[in-house]
Design a protein around this ligand. Structure first.
Ligand code: AMP
Length: 190
């Protein structure tokens, strides 16, 4: 039983092929009785994960800025706990502090921004919690290739695979967490 923060797309325009990735993750989280911590919206993959976790009887914590409630939808009937923040940074901070681990599904700029922050904070040893990226059908291949380039040219001080586990499916991400969460990381210092 852990609090798993999921970053993923808020877009409702993406190909339906991504829906099972979010559904499988949600089902696996619920099966393990994990609590989902997420951005609180109902749109896109965010909504799919949250509805799946909730429908299968596990808890959902949604954190959404006031301004985005009309854009991303409000999961008042999906979240067991809905936290409405004033700002995006406050939202991100609460999600970060509440999480025991982070899972990144396919997403856009928002997902990337959140992912890069937890990756950077891990590189700087602000936390040691597991970070898993679901590279469904190679969705993140170009980004991961760029990370390799950053390391090869010494722009990154740690190879990305020391900081993030690359899973090729949601099931692989869940199996990784099963092991990684057995040794709980210390709670964040700030
Ligand atoms: P996207 O991947 O662009 O669909 O965005 C996924 C989620 O990330 C959405 O809920 C966005 O509102 C959220 N997001 C984008 N930027 C930030 C940020 N700076 N802090 C917190 N959440 C963000």
């Amino acid at each position: 039983m852990a609090n798993i923060c999921v970053y993923c797309s808020s877009s409702s325009q993406i190909n339906n092929g991504f829906t099972p990735v979010a559904r499988t993750l949600g089902a696996g989280l619920a099966e393990r009785n994990h609590t989902l911590v997420y951005g609180g919206g109902t749109s896109g993959l965010m909504g799919v994960v949250a509805r799946t976790v909730r429908d299968r009887g596990s808890s959902v914590v949604g954190v959404i800025p006031e301004k985005l409630q009309s854009i991303e939808g409000v999961a008042s009937d999906t979240a067991d706990e809905l936290i409405v923040t004033e700002t995006m940074s406050e939202r991100k901070r609460i999600m970060y502090l509440r999480a025991d681990a982070f899972v990144v599904l396919p997403g856009g700029f928002g997902t990337l921004e959140e992912f890069l922050e937890v990756l950077t904070l891990r590189q700087l040893a602000y936390h040691e919690r597991p970070v898993v990226i679901v590279n469904h059908n190679g969705f993140y291949d170009s980004l991961l290739g760029f990370f390799e380039e950053l390391y090869a040219q010494h722009f990154a001080r740690t190879p990305h695979d020391d900081l993030v586990f690359v899973a090729d499916s949601s099931d692989a991400a869940l199996s990784h967490l099963d092991v990684a969460l057995q040794t709980p990381a210390p709670t964040p210092r700030e």
